[in-house]
Design a protein around this ligand. Structure first.
Ligand SMILES: [Zn+2]
Length: 453
């Protein structure tokens, strides 16, 4: 009997027959010839062996076994050879627009880990709230984590907010590590910084601060790129982030940065002149290079949204996340050696409703489009799907939006496109409903997945 495996393995052969297989009846064998994150699983009458070269590979083999096992612990006789297509299979949670509890975040991570996702990109600060405890700058949480009213169209005018303590974050990092998930924190600068500017008004050009925002827009709460005190602040926050998060990557945002304040700021204009920069775009390039250099000097790799490429950064400077890249800068960047992560609005923005992005559309996503050269394709680290939370107030809503579409993203990240079949995927996805419910995730009803346009 075939089992509804997600993601679909590289090769699976059903040998006919099945047996009861308790967890302690499996032999675990290390074999250096198995690819990183890959595994081989053999179940016959005589044998039940999971072979791997890394702990991650062993973990993924166990997840597959879990999906093979029915409610009576019966497993079909199979031979599976499996390894992921991409090393980056991510999801992003926005905890700024609406915040989640630690338990909700863990529930989501548990669900994603069952489908072999391995990156949790955590959007921890933005205009509507700062969510990350920083000892050196306590006002970020005392002031920047709170806003007047729930916002985003709600008529609830109660103070809204909250933040994650370092102890809570360490707890979540450990929870992820046990599931072979790397946490990538995002410190979104120099734009989307209204909450930081509200806490420390000297960070903006005028020095006048402003509110923690309650609506969805691009605001001019931008850090001043002229004052040295801005860089002292960013480096101070980064030092604590670097201490807290053990992963290799730090996301520094860089998206949607209005340049009006910079154009009218004597500090920024002085910087332009001194550095020989021609305009605001070039000034953002200067800002990004300086922050990226600080991160690299600490042995980490910076990532930015695709706007950071507008100032012509070099492949060594940064990794780019492609979300909406009208000018094709990410393709060009990858073709000349830059690493990119594919996260486009057209297919994998999970906050867009199912009418705008049906499951079938998400499933057709190709992280290596023909616009890339062969070299460029090799520079695609993988795929990631964000859930922005302007309109996602509750955890149930978040789950509705992400499941089953995150299952499609998980399969895109793991399985070769030639093996993907949508009709068959849909049946496998529906079969996850009870598994997810047991974890605490309510998947969207089947009839909502592909609404008629
Ligand atoms: Zn300025």
């Amino acid at each position: 009997m075939k089992r509804p495996l997600i993601p679909c393995p590289t090769s699976i052969e059903y040998l006919g027959g099945e047996r009861s297989l308790p967890a302690d009846a499996i032999s675990y064998v290390k074999d250096e010839t198995i690819p990183n994150e890959g595994y081989r699983l053999t179940v016959t009458d005589a044998e039940a062996t999971l072979t791997f070269s890394t702990d991650a590979g062993r973990f993924y083999g166990v997840q597959t076994l879990r999906q093979l096992r029915d409610e009576n612990s019966v497993v079909p006789f199979v031979k599976i050879e499996d390894a992921p297509k991409f090393g980056w299979r991510g999801f992003m949670i926005d905890s700024s627009r609406h915040i989640q509890t630690v338990d909700e975040i863990k529930t989501f991570i548990e669900a994603a880990s069952r489908y072999k996702c391995n990156v949790f990109h955590w959007h921890l600060c933005d205009d509507p709230g700062w969510r990350l405890e920083i000892d050196r700058y306590p006002l970020l949480c005392e002031l920047g984590a709170w806003r007047d009213g729930w916002g985003f169209g709600s008529d609830n005018m109660e103070r809204y907010g909250g933040y994650f303590t370092k102890a809570q974050i360490r707890d979540i990092i450990d929870f992820c590590a046990a599931r072979h998930i790397m946490v990538v924190p995002e410190f979104d600068i120099p734009g989307h910084s209204s909450a930081a500017v509200h806490s420390y008004p000297y960070l903006c050009c005028s020095g006048e601060g402003g509110d923690v925002k309650t609506s969805a827009a691009v605001f001019d709460g931008v850090l001043c790129a002229g004052k040295e005190s801005t860089f002292d602040f960013c480096n101070g926050v980064l030092e604590e982030i670097i201490d807290l998060f053990p992963g290799k990557y730090i996301h520094i945002g860089g998206d949607e940065v209005p340049k009006d304040n910079w154009n009218n700021c004597p500090h920024c204009q002085k910087r332009l002149k001194e550095e020989g920069l021609k305009d605001g775009e070039a000034l953002q390039g200067y800002f990004t290079r300086r922050i990226a250099a600080f991160i690299k000097a600490h042995g980490k790799t910076p990532i930015g949204w695709n706007e950071v490429l507008e100032a012509g950064l070099a492949p060594d400077d940064i990794v780019a996340t492609k979300w909406h890249d009208r000018e094709g800068r990410c393709d060009e960047f990858a073709n000349r050696g830059g690493k990119i992560i594919m996260e486009e609005t057209s297919h994998v923005y999970l906050d867009y409703d199912y009418h705008r992005t049906p499951l079938g559309q998400t499933y057709t996503y190709r992280p290596q489009p023909d616009s890339l050269t062969e070299e460029g394709k090799k520079n695609v680290l993988g795929v990631e799907a964000p859930i922005w939370t302007e309109w996602v107030e509750t955890f149930d809503r978040m789950c509705y939006m992400c499941f089953p579409r995150l299952l499609a993203v998980a399969e895109i990240g793991w399985t070769d496109p030639a093996q993907r079949d949508y009709a068959e995927f849909k049946a496998r996805a529906e079969a996850q409903r009870n598994v997810l419910a047991d974890i605490g995730v309510k998947m969207a009803p089947y009839e909502d997945w592909d609404p008629e346009k």
